[in-house]
Design a binder for this molecule. Sequence first.
Ligand code: FMN
Length: 320
Amino acid sequence: MGGGDAEVAHERTLGMAARLGTLPPVVAGLRRYFGRATPRTVFGVRFPGAVGLAAGMDKDGRALRAWPAFGFGFVEVGTVTWHAQPGNPRPRLYRLPASEAVINRMGFNNGGATALAERLRALGPLRVPLGVSIGKSKVTPVDAAVDDYVSSLRALEPYADYFAVNVSSPNTSGLRGLQDRTALSELLSALTTPVPLLVKIAPDLSDSAIGELVEVCADHGVAGLIATNTTLSRAGLAAEDVARGAETGGLSGRPLTARALEVVTLVAKETNGTLPIIGVGGIHTPDDATRMLDAGASLVQLYTGFIYRGPGLVRAINRA
Ligand SMILES: Cc1cc2nc3c(=O)[nH]c(=O)nc-3n(C[C@H](O)[C@H](O)[C@H](O)COP(=O)(O)O)c2cc1C
């Protein structure tokens, strides 16, 4: 499928989910089929199921009534930025079906933190916890990033059950530098909030950089880590997809499974299991999810696996 087509398909899916979400009998029927799951409490929040929708699928929270009906026990909206922004020029989303992978360089296309806050206010309470992923606006220089994040945090604080501090997207220049000790420390010091704050990390950090980051996060009393974001690596692509693999952006899906699991394992070891982890990256089967949970994750999230396998995957993991 071509780059432009992949994004059109994504928009169609999102539009359909948004419409389904407005039909209460449909939502109730779907929930009966997909909804059964085992609840758990993590960082003080009660989750009706352990499988969440990862950030980026519903950046502006357009289909929030639909996702729980497909069996998701929580939803992470965003990444949103303080300033509304169009993201990178299209095409910017590519499917690599032989590899069950996706490459994206969306660049935080979103309607901005204030618009999301307004939509969430109008929507009222949801059936599942809502995570809100915040990132840096493109127009904001990296040395002014802290205020940009803080503005989004303040606007969305009334609606978030947790915040994900996104310092790991490869598609915003300079963003991943915020994972470095000094920058991260400064950012986390400024992000004071009663809402649980989680940090989402890149799979491309070295093991020692992950150790250092975990230490900074623990020092600042973060509620947990989300591991991982997309990778810049192109290892593990099927031969048919190698040419497309030359596209700039973050790779997700099957090729990420092993590294994401490795990062979750490492983080759990570094923290002796004391810091909750949301495991994400290449979960395409119930076994993948089980391995993440066994490695120390308390919750998991799906994006690319959901694209290729559909809501049946959420149901299968919930039942496993
Ligand atoms: C099209 C696309 C857009 C994404 N946008 C975001 C985003 O805005 N913020 C974020 O933290 N992660 C974003 N991600 C990363 C996912 O949340 C997830 O961490 C990553 O894709 C690995 O999981 P997966 O292999 O199940 O897709 C995006 C991923 C894709 C494929």
